[in-house]
Design a protein around this ligand. Structure first.
Ligand code: PLP
Length: 495
């Protein structure tokens, strides 16, 4: 068996076991903990709080409990068990050295409220990271506080709002958001007390200049844009776009979640962006999911710098200090200086490449995405012509006539051993499949994935669609009724 065949085989074996919930295994006699009996009598007041009926907590022995959780952890599809081409999420491999580093006792066992003099080493690393991020994006003033991309968006918009207010322009509350944007963009604007106007994308999936011009006026606070956008396309009119917004008195907020395509090659600040968040948990190797952990540092230009959150990490001589109050600051946006574990992993990932090799991240990510695009473009519909950046966008346009939809293709990928790509996003194309391989995957892995996609396309063309409609057929949990799951979720265990 060749390595390629072995990869293909192991990818296709899939999940083979079933695991019942612990609550389905209740036998109360057993227990892995022995609690001491109650000494003396319980007062009347306390008795009022005592439980009237059993808590129905599963009584399992220690090995049963451990085995349950270890088995569950092994059935998770993670970046360490297989390819995870989730577009817009940058699920790249998380190098082990990063993990070793953040587990060093001097880093792992510190507390946010420790005196500054006892955490000088961590402050030094974070200060260094601030500087590197500023350099990488061309916006030198950086806060590391926000705990996620969306949190970075909110923080950035708070700064923009404060800056406009300081100019006496309290009427500027309109935020323009392209229809291709991630849902967090309009949500963050709304949370910041602004209102959004959607910009319809042009036929190439990019911002349409006429559409933009028609919405720019004296109420415009900002344009929120993602570059490359969520269709994997570079906004080639970026300089003109920024100029138009600036001429209208607004600011340009850059959603830097897709920095993977640019890092070390091009800098948003040089393109005219005023304020940008960076999803360090994506670009710098802490794959995220399930809401975290994350880090969304925000980098800004000089005009916005006074509004940065506090505390700020500063350096004076050889010492690092935290500046807790600053006149025009928007205040604190997190209980601490940031998600230190995620930030330190980012520091480690950047250090591993070094200043002169950082560009390899973007180059390999873009190359990998274009390789996948090239291998699949004749068998899947490609909505926008040309090369892509770090992710490629396909649709089910060629499969639809056989009654096969994006959802069927994604579910079948589970049987073939892959985490599906992102589906039905961005919303500007029908039946979107957004594939982001990242720079960390080998050509061999990409080939096995593309073979699986081609196998699905072949099955479709041969009319062999039953299996596609039923997929996934290998895991014990089969296709869910997603509408019911969303509309009538069962969130509590029925007693
Ligand atoms: C383009 C874009 N913007 C914003 C976000 C929000 O980031 P987070 O999930 O960290 O809040 C994401 C998430 O991946 C994204 O892809």
């Amino acid at each position: 068996m060749s390595h390629h065949e072995a990869l293909k085989y192991s990818a296709s074996v899939g999940i083979q076991h079933e695991e019942v919930l612990l609550f389905e295994r209740i036998h109360e006699a057993a227990t892995s903990i022995s609690l001491p009996g109650v000494e003396g009598t319980i007062s009347e007041e306390l008795r009022a709080f005592s439980r009237q009926k059993s808590a129905n907590i599963p009584g399992l022995s220690e090995p049963e409990t451990v085995r349950h959780f270890v088995r569950m952890s092994q059935w998770n599809h993670g970046i360490e068990t297989g390819f995870y081409p989730l577009g817009s999420c940058t699920m790249k491999y998380n190098p082990r050295v990063n993990e070793q580093l953040v587990r060093l006792p001097g880093l792992a066992h510190i507390h946010p409220d420790q005196p500054e003099e006892s955490v000088q080493g961590v402050l030094e690393l974070l200060y260094e990271l601030q500087g590197w991020l500023g350099d990488i994006v061309g916006l030198p003033y950086v806060t590391l506080q926000p705990a996620a991309g969306a949190h970075g968006e909110l923080t950035g918009l708070m700064m923009i709002r404060a800056a406009l207010d300081a100019r006496g322009q309290q009427q500027r509350r309109k935020v323009l958001v392209p229809d291709s944007a991630h849902g967090t963009n309009p949500a963050s604007a709304a949370l910041c007390g602004m209102y959004t106007v959607e910009l319809k994308s042009g036929p190439d999936g990019r911002i349409d200049l006429d559409e933009l011009k028609s919405h720019l006026d004296s109420d415009t606070a900002a344009l929120m844009m993602t570059n490359p956008n969520t269709a994997g396309a570079f906004e080639s009119d970026i300089k003109q776009i920024c100029q138009l917004v600036h001429d209208a008195g607004g600011l340009v907020y850059g959603d830097g979640a897709n920095l993977n395509a640019l890092v070390g090659v091009a800098r948003p600040g040089d393109m005219g962006i005023d304020c940008l968040h960076i999803n360090v948990h994506k670009t710098f190797a802490t794959p995220h999911g399930g809401g975290g952990p994350g880090g969304g540092p925000v980098a800004v230009n000089e005009a916005l710098a006074p509004f940065l959150p506090v505390p700020r990490i500063e350096k004076s001589g050889d010492d690092y200090t935290l500046l807790h109050a600053c006149d025009r600051s928007v205040g604190s946006v997190l209980g601490s200086i940031g998600q230190v574990g995620v930030l330190l992993r980012a520091h480690a990932y950047i250090s591993a490449f070094g200043h002169e090799h950082l560009h390899k991240i973007a180059e390999d990510a873009v190359l990998n995405a274009n390789y996948v695009l090239h291998r699949l473009r004749d068998r899947y519909h490609v909505p926008f012509d040309g090369l892509c950046k770090h992710e490629c966008l396909l649709t089910d346009g060629l499969q639809e006539k056989h009654g096969v939809k994006t959802l069927d293709i994604a579910k079948r990928l589970i049987d073939l051993g892959f985490h599906p790509m992102t589906i039905y996003f961005p919303l500007i194309v029908h039946g979107a499949m957004l594939i982001e391989p990242t720079e960390t995957e080998s050509r061999e892995t990409l080939d096995v994935f593309c073979d699986a996609m081609l196998e699905i396309a072949d099955a479709c063309d041969a009319g062999d669609t039953d299996v596609l409609h039923q997929a996934p057929i290998k895991p014990f949990r089969r296709r869910l009724d997603e509408t019911q799951a969303a509309r009538k979720p069962v969130l509590i265990w029925p007693e």
